[in-house]
Design a protein around this ligand. Structure first.
Ligand SMILES: [Zn+2]
Length: 287
């Protein structure tokens, strides 16, 4: 179960990993907390923008269905409303009723119910910072951690189905500085223009501490599916933009994995890992 904030996050964080596991027969469910109603059209090659949040949400539902098909995964909407990315100084207040303002228990209840129904062994989400300073990403982390902690407890969320205890919780770390710098250096060394110069500068300027990577999943065979999923989100992703600026041969030569941090495990495992199901496969827990 991959828990994400908005439609398109599943295609930019851990996408090739989900495509790989789905292809290998794992039942993969992407959970999308919000409808992405407050997203702007970020693709300069997209035609006229959808008029208003409702129309945007409808377009993004179609985009999400196409992305899920590209990845070969199932997808479920949690039904919360996008908080939007506050901009300005001072920052404006978050809009009434948005996901990030919902009390934690209320926001987590539908995810607890879904965990109890879908019964995942592994849950992925974002680290406590959200991985990216969007209030919905931070909230996504909080509800996923809450659901991971509470779903197996019969005393909690008592009206939300029979308890189920997921075994491992991971944070996505696909945008590690190590990956960006390695790919950047390879492009520059080959005489090309790196798309990551500004990203690396701003990351260093903000002094974002690097989170630990415990698990690298080889998924290069699934980069084409990841790219198709990204392109499905046509309002958000410029097909000539940043996400596609690394030549495929550079990517295949330099960085064939996606990275994760094992945040919590209820099964024994040995770090580093190369499989999100390490310690689960072949055990009683898997059955
Ligand atoms: Zn997002």
């Amino acid at each position: 179960m991959a828990v994400h904030a908005h439609p398109d996050d599943e295609s930019s964080k851990g996408a090739a990993t989900t495509a790989r596991y789905a292809a290998e027969g794992v039942d993969v469910l992407v959970v999308t907390c919000t409808g992405g109603e407050r997203g702007d059209v970020l693709n300069p090659h997209y035609g006229p923008a959808p008029a208003g949040g409702e129309e945007m949400a409808a377009v993004r539902r179609e985009e999400m269905a196409a992305a899920a098909a590209a990845l070969g995964v199932r997808q479920h909407w949690l039904g919360f409303v996008d908080s939007g990315l506050p901009e300005g100084d001072p920052l404006p207040p978050l809009p009434d009723g948005c996901f990030a303002l919902v009390p934690l228990e209320e926001a987590s209840a539908p995810l607890v119910e879904l965990v109890r129904d879908f019964r995942p062994h592994v849950v992925t989400t974002y680290d406590p910072s959200g991985g990216y300073p969007h209030p919905d990403h931070v909230m996504c982390h909080r509800v996923a951690v809450e659901a991971f902690a509470a779903a197996g407890d019969p005393e909690r969320y008592r009206d939300r189905g029979a308890p189920w205890t997921p075994l491992k919780l991971y944070y996505n770390h696909g945008f590690s500085l190590a990956r960006m710098r390695t790919v950047h250096d390879a492009i520059v060394a080959a005489g090309g223009e790196s798309p990551f110069s500004d990203w690396i500068d701003s990351r260093q300027a903000r002094e974002v501490p690097e989170r630990p990577v415990t698990t690298r999943v080889e998924c290069a065979d699934y980069f084409p599916q990841r790219d198709a999923a990204l392109r499905s989100h046509a309002t958000q992703i410029d097909p000539e933009g940043w996400f596609f600026a690394v030549p495929r041969e550079v990517e295949l030569a330099q960085w064939r994995t996606e990275e994760f941090e094992l945040a919590e495990s209820r099964v024994p495992t040995t770090l580093p890992e190369d499989d999100l199901f390490a310690g689960i496969r072949g055990t009683e827990a898997a059955r």
